[in-house]
Design a protein. Structure first.
Length: 296
Protein backbone atom coordinates (compact mmCIF):
# COMPACT_ATOMS: atom_id res chain seq x y z
CA UNK A 1 0.00 0.00 0.00
CA UNK A 2 2.83 2.38 0.88
CA UNK A 3 4.54 1.70 -2.45
CA UNK A 4 1.26 2.23 -4.30
CA UNK A 5 0.69 5.57 -2.56
CA UNK A 6 4.24 6.61 -3.38
CA UNK A 7 3.73 5.66 -7.03
CA UNK A 8 0.54 7.72 -7.23
CA UNK A 9 2.28 10.72 -5.65
CA UNK A 10 5.20 10.40 -8.09
CA UNK A 11 2.79 10.26 -11.03
CA UNK A 12 1.03 13.41 -9.78
CA UNK A 13 4.36 15.19 -9.36
CA UNK A 14 5.24 14.49 -12.97
CA UNK A 15 1.96 16.10 -14.07
CA UNK A 16 2.37 19.01 -11.64
CA UNK A 17 3.13 22.51 -12.94
CA UNK A 18 5.39 23.02 -9.92
CA UNK A 19 7.73 20.09 -10.41
CA UNK A 20 6.48 18.87 -7.02
CA UNK A 21 3.18 18.55 -5.15
CA UNK A 22 2.61 21.51 -2.79
CA UNK A 23 2.66 20.22 0.77
CA UNK A 24 -0.77 20.25 2.40
CA UNK A 25 0.44 20.86 5.95
CA UNK A 26 2.70 23.73 4.88
CA UNK A 27 -0.10 25.38 2.89
CA UNK A 28 -2.51 25.08 5.83
CA UNK A 29 0.12 26.52 8.19
CA UNK A 30 0.66 29.60 6.02
CA UNK A 31 -3.10 30.03 5.53
CA UNK A 32 -3.53 30.02 9.32
CA UNK A 33 -0.62 32.43 9.87
CA UNK A 34 -1.68 34.92 7.21
CA UNK A 35 -5.33 34.61 8.23
CA UNK A 36 -4.56 35.42 11.86
CA UNK A 37 -2.29 38.34 10.98
CA UNK A 38 -4.86 39.78 8.56
CA UNK A 39 -7.63 39.64 11.15
CA UNK A 40 -5.38 41.28 13.77
CA UNK A 41 -4.24 43.96 11.31
CA UNK A 42 -7.85 44.75 10.42
CA UNK A 43 -8.76 45.16 14.09
CA UNK A 44 -5.65 47.24 14.80
CA UNK A 45 -6.21 49.52 11.80
CA UNK A 46 -9.78 50.25 12.92
CA UNK A 47 -9.00 50.49 16.65
CA UNK A 48 -6.06 52.90 16.17
CA UNK A 49 -7.65 54.70 13.20
CA UNK A 50 -4.71 53.85 10.96
CA UNK A 51 -6.95 53.16 7.98
CA UNK A 52 -4.05 53.32 5.50
CA UNK A 53 -3.05 49.91 6.86
CA UNK A 54 -6.21 48.42 5.36
CA UNK A 55 -4.88 49.11 1.88
CA UNK A 56 -1.36 47.98 2.71
CA UNK A 57 -0.80 45.32 5.41
CA UNK A 58 -4.36 43.96 5.31
CA UNK A 59 -4.36 43.85 1.50
CA UNK A 60 -1.05 41.96 1.60
CA UNK A 61 -2.56 39.40 3.97
CA UNK A 62 -5.66 38.91 1.82
CA UNK A 63 -3.63 38.35 -1.35
CA UNK A 64 -1.30 35.94 0.47
CA UNK A 65 -4.35 34.01 1.68
CA UNK A 66 -5.53 33.69 -1.91
CA UNK A 67 -2.09 32.56 -3.02
CA UNK A 68 -1.67 29.92 -0.32
CA UNK A 69 -5.27 28.83 -0.73
CA UNK A 70 -4.46 28.18 -4.38
CA UNK A 71 -1.38 26.17 -3.37
CA UNK A 72 -3.57 24.05 -1.09
CA UNK A 73 -5.91 23.53 -4.04
CA UNK A 74 -2.91 22.49 -6.12
CA UNK A 75 -2.06 19.83 -3.52
CA UNK A 76 -5.23 18.02 -4.57
CA UNK A 77 -5.08 18.98 -8.25
CA UNK A 78 -1.40 19.57 -9.14
CA UNK A 79 -2.16 19.33 -12.86
CA UNK A 80 -4.93 21.94 -12.78
CA UNK A 81 -3.72 25.22 -14.34
CA UNK A 82 -6.22 27.47 -12.51
CA UNK A 83 -4.78 27.24 -8.97
CA UNK A 84 -1.26 27.38 -10.40
CA UNK A 85 -2.01 30.63 -12.22
CA UNK A 86 -3.68 32.03 -9.10
CA UNK A 87 -0.85 31.21 -6.70
CA UNK A 88 1.82 32.44 -9.11
CA UNK A 89 0.16 35.82 -9.54
CA UNK A 90 -0.90 36.28 -5.91
CA UNK A 91 2.38 35.33 -4.25
CA UNK A 92 4.26 37.61 -6.65
CA UNK A 93 2.01 40.61 -5.93
CA UNK A 94 1.18 40.22 -2.22
CA UNK A 95 4.32 41.76 -0.61
CA UNK A 96 4.05 44.99 -2.62
CA UNK A 97 1.31 46.62 -0.46
CA UNK A 98 3.22 45.67 2.69
CA UNK A 99 6.29 47.44 1.34
CA UNK A 100 4.15 50.53 0.79
CA UNK A 101 3.27 50.45 4.51
CA UNK A 102 6.99 50.67 5.32
CA UNK A 103 7.32 53.77 3.16
CA UNK A 104 4.41 55.40 4.98
CA UNK A 105 5.85 54.52 8.39
CA UNK A 106 9.22 56.01 7.41
CA UNK A 107 7.46 59.25 6.48
CA UNK A 108 5.92 59.42 9.94
CA UNK A 109 9.22 58.69 11.68
CA UNK A 110 10.86 61.57 9.80
CA UNK A 111 8.06 63.89 10.86
CA UNK A 112 8.70 62.88 14.47
CA UNK A 113 12.50 63.12 14.45
CA UNK A 114 12.98 66.13 12.20
CA UNK A 115 12.92 66.78 8.46
CA UNK A 116 16.31 68.50 8.28
CA UNK A 117 18.17 65.17 8.28
CA UNK A 118 16.30 63.79 5.27
CA UNK A 119 17.40 64.25 1.68
CA UNK A 120 13.77 63.79 0.65
CA UNK A 121 10.80 65.52 2.23
CA UNK A 122 8.48 63.20 4.19
CA UNK A 123 5.77 63.52 1.54
CA UNK A 124 8.23 62.61 -1.20
CA UNK A 125 9.05 59.38 0.60
CA UNK A 126 5.44 58.40 0.09
CA UNK A 127 5.00 59.88 -3.39
CA UNK A 128 8.26 58.57 -4.89
CA UNK A 129 8.54 55.12 -3.36
CA UNK A 130 4.83 54.31 -3.40
CA UNK A 131 4.77 55.29 -7.09
CA UNK A 132 7.66 52.89 -7.69
CA UNK A 133 5.71 50.28 -5.73
CA UNK A 134 2.65 50.72 -7.96
CA UNK A 135 4.77 50.46 -11.11
CA UNK A 136 6.40 47.27 -9.80
CA UNK A 137 2.96 45.90 -8.91
CA UNK A 138 1.55 46.51 -12.38
CA UNK A 139 4.59 45.08 -14.17
CA UNK A 140 4.63 41.98 -11.96
CA UNK A 141 0.89 41.50 -12.41
CA UNK A 142 1.18 41.63 -16.20
CA UNK A 143 4.21 39.33 -16.19
CA UNK A 144 2.69 36.90 -13.69
CA UNK A 145 -0.55 36.62 -15.61
CA UNK A 146 1.24 36.18 -18.94
CA UNK A 147 3.61 33.53 -17.58
CA UNK A 148 0.89 31.61 -15.74
CA UNK A 149 -1.29 31.40 -18.83
CA UNK A 150 1.65 30.29 -20.95
CA UNK A 151 2.56 27.51 -18.51
CA UNK A 152 -1.07 26.39 -18.33
CA UNK A 153 -1.25 26.20 -22.14
CA UNK A 154 2.05 24.38 -22.39
CA UNK A 155 3.70 27.23 -24.30
CA UNK A 156 6.93 29.08 -23.52
CA UNK A 157 6.49 31.30 -20.41
CA UNK A 158 9.77 33.16 -20.91
CA UNK A 159 8.14 36.40 -22.09
CA UNK A 160 5.98 36.61 -18.97
CA UNK A 161 8.93 35.54 -16.86
CA UNK A 162 11.09 38.34 -18.24
CA UNK A 163 8.35 40.88 -17.52
CA UNK A 164 8.00 39.53 -13.96
CA UNK A 165 11.76 39.65 -13.54
CA UNK A 166 11.81 43.27 -14.68
CA UNK A 167 9.13 44.16 -12.12
CA UNK A 168 10.89 42.39 -9.27
CA UNK A 169 14.30 43.87 -10.15
CA UNK A 170 12.70 47.33 -10.33
CA UNK A 171 11.17 46.74 -6.91
CA UNK A 172 14.49 45.53 -5.51
CA UNK A 173 16.22 48.66 -6.84
CA UNK A 174 13.55 50.88 -5.26
CA UNK A 175 14.00 49.06 -1.92
CA UNK A 176 17.76 49.60 -2.19
CA UNK A 177 17.37 53.33 -2.87
CA UNK A 178 14.83 53.62 -0.05
CA UNK A 179 17.16 51.77 2.34
CA UNK A 180 20.05 54.04 1.34
CA UNK A 181 17.96 57.17 1.99
CA UNK A 182 16.72 55.81 5.32
CA UNK A 183 20.27 54.81 6.37
CA UNK A 184 21.58 58.28 5.55
CA UNK A 185 18.69 59.82 7.46
CA UNK A 186 19.33 57.85 10.65
CA UNK A 187 23.10 58.46 10.38
CA UNK A 188 22.54 62.20 10.06
CA UNK A 189 20.06 62.17 12.94
CA UNK A 190 22.31 60.18 15.27
CA UNK A 191 25.34 62.36 14.47
CA UNK A 192 23.20 65.52 14.50
CA UNK A 193 24.31 66.47 10.99
CA UNK A 194 21.39 68.12 9.19
CA UNK A 195 21.62 68.79 5.48
CA UNK A 196 22.93 72.19 4.50
CA UNK A 197 20.20 74.79 4.35
CA UNK A 198 17.68 72.62 6.18
CA UNK A 199 16.19 72.89 9.65
CA UNK A 200 18.33 71.64 12.54
CA UNK A 201 15.30 70.90 14.73
CA UNK A 202 15.81 67.45 16.24
CA UNK A 203 13.00 65.44 17.82
CA UNK A 204 13.51 62.98 20.65
CA UNK A 205 14.27 59.36 19.66
CA UNK A 206 12.09 57.72 22.30
CA UNK A 207 11.95 54.01 23.10
CA UNK A 208 8.79 53.67 21.03
CA UNK A 209 10.44 55.32 18.05
CA UNK A 210 13.48 53.07 18.44
CA UNK A 211 11.22 50.01 18.42
CA UNK A 212 9.35 51.32 15.37
CA UNK A 213 12.64 51.98 13.58
CA UNK A 214 13.90 48.48 14.40
CA UNK A 215 10.64 46.99 13.13
CA UNK A 216 11.00 48.96 9.92
CA UNK A 217 14.58 47.73 9.46
CA UNK A 218 13.67 44.09 10.12
CA UNK A 219 10.58 44.12 7.90
CA UNK A 220 12.42 45.78 5.01
CA UNK A 221 15.25 43.25 5.32
CA UNK A 222 12.77 40.36 5.08
CA UNK A 223 11.14 41.89 2.00
CA UNK A 224 14.55 42.48 0.42
CA UNK A 225 15.60 38.84 1.00
CA UNK A 226 12.38 37.71 -0.64
CA UNK A 227 12.98 40.01 -3.65
CA UNK A 228 16.51 38.60 -4.07
CA UNK A 229 15.15 35.05 -3.94
CA UNK A 230 12.46 35.77 -6.53
CA UNK A 231 15.01 37.41 -8.82
CA UNK A 232 17.37 34.42 -8.66
CA UNK A 233 14.41 32.04 -9.06
CA UNK A 234 13.32 33.63 -12.33
CA UNK A 235 16.87 33.93 -13.66
CA UNK A 236 17.31 30.19 -12.97
CA UNK A 237 14.33 29.47 -15.23
CA UNK A 238 10.95 27.75 -15.05
CA UNK A 239 12.44 24.27 -14.91
CA UNK A 240 15.44 25.22 -12.78
CA UNK A 241 16.32 23.75 -9.42
CA UNK A 242 15.20 26.78 -7.44
CA UNK A 243 11.63 27.11 -8.71
CA UNK A 244 11.08 23.34 -8.55
CA UNK A 245 12.32 23.01 -4.94
CA UNK A 246 9.46 23.69 -2.53
CA UNK A 247 11.49 24.41 0.60
CA UNK A 248 13.17 27.41 -1.03
CA UNK A 249 9.78 28.96 -1.71
CA UNK A 250 8.43 28.16 1.74
CA UNK A 251 11.42 29.67 3.56
CA UNK A 252 12.56 32.52 1.30
CA UNK A 253 9.14 33.71 0.19
CA UNK A 254 6.40 32.54 2.55
CA UNK A 255 8.38 32.73 5.81
CA UNK A 256 9.91 36.11 4.94
CA UNK A 257 6.49 37.66 4.37
CA UNK A 258 5.15 36.07 7.56
CA UNK A 259 8.01 37.63 9.55
CA UNK A 260 7.48 41.01 7.89
CA UNK A 261 3.71 41.12 8.38
CA UNK A 262 3.85 39.94 12.01
CA UNK A 263 6.53 42.53 12.73
CA UNK A 264 3.92 45.14 11.79
CA UNK A 265 1.43 43.46 14.13
CA UNK A 266 3.80 43.39 17.09
CA UNK A 267 5.56 46.71 16.51
CA UNK A 268 2.43 48.47 15.35
CA UNK A 269 2.48 52.15 14.34
CA UNK A 270 -0.88 52.61 16.03
CA UNK A 271 0.87 51.95 19.35
CA UNK A 272 4.39 53.22 18.73
CA UNK A 273 3.36 56.34 16.80
CA UNK A 274 0.15 56.92 18.74
CA UNK A 275 0.95 60.48 19.79
CA UNK A 276 2.62 61.44 16.53
CA UNK A 277 0.41 64.48 15.86
CA UNK A 278 1.53 66.16 19.08
CA UNK A 279 5.21 65.73 18.19
CA UNK A 280 4.75 66.59 14.53
CA UNK A 281 3.01 69.86 15.40
CA UNK A 282 5.73 70.70 17.95
CA UNK A 283 8.51 70.08 15.41
CA UNK A 284 6.72 72.07 12.71
CA UNK A 285 6.32 74.95 15.17
CA UNK A 286 10.04 74.83 16.02
CA UNK A 287 10.98 74.73 12.33
CA UNK A 288 8.68 77.68 11.58
CA UNK A 289 10.12 79.64 14.50
CA UNK A 290 13.67 78.84 13.38
CA UNK A 291 12.85 79.96 9.85
CA UNK A 292 11.40 83.28 11.02
CA UNK A 293 14.33 83.89 13.38
CA UNK A 294 16.83 83.14 10.62
CA UNK A 295 15.17 85.57 8.24
CA UNK A 296 15.20 88.48 10.70
Amino acid sequence: MAFQALSIRAAKAIRSFYGYIPDKAIALTFIALFGLSTVIHTGQAIAFKRYWLLGTAVLCGVIELMGWGARLWSHYEPGNPKPYEMQLTCTILAPTPLLAANFLIMERIILRLGTGFSRLSPKWYTILFCSCDVIALVVQAVGGGTAAKAVAKGTNPDIGGHIMLGGIVFQMVSITVYAACATEYFWRYLTNTPLSGKSAVRGSWTLKLKLQSFGLLFSTTCLFIRAIYRTIELIDGWTGRIITTEIYFNVLDGAMIVLAIYTSNILHPGVLLKREEKYVNAIELKEATESVTGSV
